[in-house]
Each structure stands twice: as C-alpha cells, then as structure tokens.
Design a protein around this ligand. Structure first.
Ligand code: ATP
Length: 500
C-alpha cells in the first residue's frame, strides 16, 4: 500500500468522514492501511460469517449478526477513538435497522465532540442506500501510475536478485497499466517461475494474464483481432478521418502543445454488416493501441447503486488501460428508451447520464468507438456535437465499394485474379452489404473446392450471388427505417461518392 494512500485515508478520518467505503478485494492490504492510520485507535472487526473477530489475530470472539455487533460496539467511541471495520456486509446495507444504527454512529461522530468512531466498510460490491449517501465516502485505491509500476518491478528485481535490462523494464511497465499492485506482483512471480528471469518473451505472458484479470473483473473485455484498415473496402471518408486522428494520437504531446484537442471518439451509425465492427478493430490497429469492449448490459447489478458503481469502475479501468480504444457495440440497445417512454428504466437513464458526463468531461486518451444500427430510439443528447468528435453514417456499399470488398475477400483467400469481371459483379450485387459479399466469396470458394477447381471464375461468383439472399431483401423495412432516421440528423457519410 502506497504511503500516499494511507495519507489520504488519514485525512478522511481527520476531516470526520464517518463511513469510509473501501472497494477492494484484498482485505489484508486494507487491514494494513487501517492499522497504520489507526495506531492509537481501538479496531473492532465484524466478519459476515464469524461475527465479532479480533482485528489483529482474526480469531473469532463472539458469534453475532451485524445488528447485534453494532449495538454492542456503537458506544465504544465515547471511551476512545474507535474504528469499526465491517467486512462483506453489502447484503445488509439496505436493511432499515442497520441503516439507522450506522446513521446514529455517523451522526455522533460528526456532532458529538466526546465521541469518535469511524466505520470502514470493506467489500468488493458497493451498495450505497439513499439514506446513507451523505455520510459515506467511497475510497478508491488508485491503480499504480506508470512510475509506481516501474518501482514495483524494480523492487521485485532486487528481491529476486536478477538482472533485467532497463529497456525491458520500461517495456513491461506499460503492459502492466490497468492492474493493481497485487496483480502485478502475481504476474511477475509467474514470469519469474517460468524461466528464472524476466525477459522480452514475458510481455506476451503479461498481456495474457492481464486479459484474464480484466476478463474476471467482468467490466471490460480485451478484443483480440487481426484486421487492419486495409481490410475495409470503401468507407474512404471515414478512413481518411481516422488516419488524421491517428496522426494526432501518435504525436499527442506535440499535438496538445500545438493546441490540438485530444481526440474523444466517434459514433458510427448504419446498416448491419457494412463494416462498423470492422472499423472499431481497424481503428485500434491504426492507432496501435488495445481494443477493449464495454458491454453495458453486463454492468447491471442487483443492488441499489451497483450498476452505477460498475459503470464508474469500467470507465476508470478503461482510463487505467489507456491509451486504448473503448468500443461500445450496439449502443442503442444499451441505452434503449432512455428519457422517453420507450422502455428505459431509472438505472439505464442514470447510467446514460453518467456516461454522457464522462464523455463530455474526459481529457484522457480513451478513444471511444460507439457503433449503432438503429438510432430512432436513441436520446438526442447523445447525437449532439461535442459528445463525439464526429458522427458517421455507413450506408450499404456503392458499386466501387462492392468491387473493393469482393477484392479484399478474394485476395485474403488467394483467389483473386485479373480476369474476374468486376463490372458484372457490381451490377448483380446492388443492395448487398459487406457481410453478404463475404458470404458470396466464401461459398464460391467452397464450391470450387468441392468441384475440384483451382481457379474461380466470374460465373462461379455470379452463381453464388444468385443463391444469396441479400440484406436488402431480408431486412427491407429495417433499412428503410434506418435511412429515414438518418436523414433527420447532422451526420457525415462514411463513403465517398460512387465512381460507377
Ligand atoms: P452489425 O451491425 O450487424 O454488427 P457491422 O456493420 O458491425 O454489422 P461487421 O461485423 O463489421 O458489420 O461486418 C461483418 C463482416 O462483413 C466482416 O467481418 C467483414 O468480413 C465483412 N464486411 C463488412 N463490411 C465490409 C467492408 N466495408 N469491407 C470488407 N469487409 C466487410
């Protein structure tokens, strides 16, 4: 535990913050911090399973429930400075009796000069009832900064008595961003046990382990991908725009000094299967930063305030991992019906507000890529300029784009050759989206394989085209709907005009 963390905790106690909510999984670390802050205080601990336990030895003293514990200890603060350490009690924090008892202790602490008791709530789940909101201070253990990570690694190297090149230390320092001290040490141990040293190869191990930790947190998902900007056929305006932002990102320090704003993000709206997800991946590859996906549905929790807390944590985690691309797929579903009668509820409305404020105020290097199909039910605040740097509409590919998409997928499978008649294919594929065209290529190649052919012909492709039901025929109404909502907003076209 960093000295500064202990100091912040001490300053909260001095300033009479009556209930300090610590959201952390490693209670041992927190116990150490509490004992350092409260050297002279009497520390009493409640364990959800064991009742009253000795804070130092952790041995059970008396079986009781939280209500009994609080009644038993609430007046200790009149005798000497007392710390009440409550562990894993989140399930009780909406119980009216518990709320009243906690309130009583908090009020005594604030208004009675002869009383001093601070409550510490330690839990991985944050539950804050409305009645206690004003008394609770959520204390976040900040994730280590780059220089702190550097010193954790250096300390580890000294402890293990190994020699590691400075360049490697610098390199792995960045890979550790977004993890806490405990996790960093665990991974270092693993890397050390693997080969008795720490070297360049361990970077891969770190990334894999980091992925695991982030996955386990359930908040964000690191997306692995191989696609890059050359894999997108068409969408030239969008690609040019991204290339410009990539230049800013690559020279961020200089750009900021020059007066350029840090890129915030982009919203890509449009037809299904036309390359929106592909663009999210290609953006991360172009910017040379990791891609992390935020699934808003997964943030919803069952306790009051839990979803908001999860959202806060997820956004914080993305900042800790930054620079990164934060991808929110199907954002219209995540925030469906917010602020209208379209089925949104209080929690989604609050999450939405929280997210908007974060985007509006953010000055970090998290670049948001939000993708959506249908925006008819999206709250208009979301689409207002200033939230995102730009809004792009991805339409069904025009002729030239269809040619490029077919070429990309044929080349990927090494089946492209110059005799393929692109004009004939363009003519027959009007209304196809990128996914349809990819399916045409896949089917044609599979058929060629089954028929024992080495080379595929335009006729083979045209046959698959005929057998493919394009999106325009299967989702006719939906496409019309998407187009009509797009006409009403100020949005840029992702594609350049067709040359055919
Ligand atoms: P949805 O709205 O259904 O999520 P999407 O717009 O995100 O669709 P993608 O997942 O990007 O669509 O595209 C589906 C597949 O179609 C991609 O994996 C890709 O192979 C192909 N594809 C779509 N558009 C293009 C394109 N412009 N260039 C090359 N391939 C494309």
């Amino acid at each position: 535990m960093k000295r500064s963390t202990v100091n912040i905790l001490a300053s909260y106690i001095d300033a009479l913050h009556p209930i300090i909510y610590i959201n952390h999984f490693d209670f041992k670390v927190i116990d150490d911090a509490i004992s350092r802050v409260g050297e002279k205080a009497k520390c009493v601990e409640f364990n959800n399973a064991l009742g009253l336990v000795d804070f130092k030895t952790k041995s059970p003293m008396m079986e009781c429930n939280l209500e009994q514990f609080l009644k038993l200890t609430m007046d200790d603060g009149f005798e000497q400075e007392t710390f009440l350490v409550l562990k894993d009690v989140h399930g009780e924090l909406n119980n009216p009796k518990i709320i009243s008892l906690l309130k009583r202790i908090a009020e005594n602490n604030l208004y009675n000069d002869s009383y001093s008791a601070t409550i510490f709530v330690l839990s991985e789940i944050t539950v804050i009832s409305r009645e206690l909101e004003n008394y609770i201070t959520v204390f976040d253990i900040p994730l280590p900064t780059t220089s702190e990570i550097h010193s954790i690694i250096s300390d580890f190297i000294i402890d293990m008595d190994i020699i590691v090149e400075q360049e490697i230390i610098n390199d792995i320092t960045l890979s550790f961003k977004g993890l806490n001290e405990f996790q960093i040490r665990q991974i270092l141990n693993l890397a050390y046990q693997d080969g008795g040293c720490i070297d360049k190869d361990d970077k891969l191990l770190i990334l894999k382990e980091k992925e695991q930790f982030i996955k386990k947190s359930g908040m964000l998902e690191i997306v692995n991908f191989t696609e890059n900007i050359e894999d997108i056929g068409g969408l030239e305006n969008l690609k040019e725009w991204l290339a410009r932002k990539a230049k800013v990102f690559a020279n961020l320090d200089k750009a900021i000094k020059f007066g350029v704003d840090v890129p915030k993000g982009i919203m890509i709206i449009g037809m299904p299967g036309c390359g929106k997800s592909l663009t999210a991946k290609a953006t991360a590859s172009l910017f040379e930063i990791p891609l992390v996906r935020l699934d808003v549905g997964r943030l919803l929790g069952k306790y009051v305030g839990e979803s908001e807390e999860n959202m806060r944590k997820a956004l914080k985690l993305s900042e800790a991992i930054s620079p990164c691309v934060l991808w929110i797929d199907e954002i219209e579903k995540a925030f469906a019906g917010v602020g209208s009668d379209g089925g949104g509820n209080d929690v989604t409305t609050r999450l939405f507000g929280q997210f908007l404020t974060w985007i509006q105020e953010k000055e970090n290097t998290v670049f948001i890529v939000a993708t959506a199909n249908d925006i008819s039910r999206m709250p208009p605040e979301f689409l207002r300029k200033g939230r995102f740097d730009e809004l792009f509409f991805v339409d069904l590919p025009n002729g030239e784009e269809r040619r490029k998409i077919l070429d990309i997928h044929l080349k990927k499978r090494k089946k492209w050759h110059k005799d393929i008649d692109s004009i004939a294919l363009i003519k027959e594929t009007d209304g196809f989206n990128g996914a349809d065209l990819e399916a045409v290529v896949k089917d044609t190649i599979e058929m060629a394989f089954i028929d024992g052919k080495d080379v595929i012909t335009t006729e083979d492709l045209l046959k698959s085209v005929k057998d493919t039901k394009s999106i325009s025929s299967t989702l006719k109404e939906k496409i019309k709907e998407i187009k009509s909502t797009i006409d009403k907003i100020d949005i840029k076209l992702a594609s350049k005009a067709d040359i055919h």
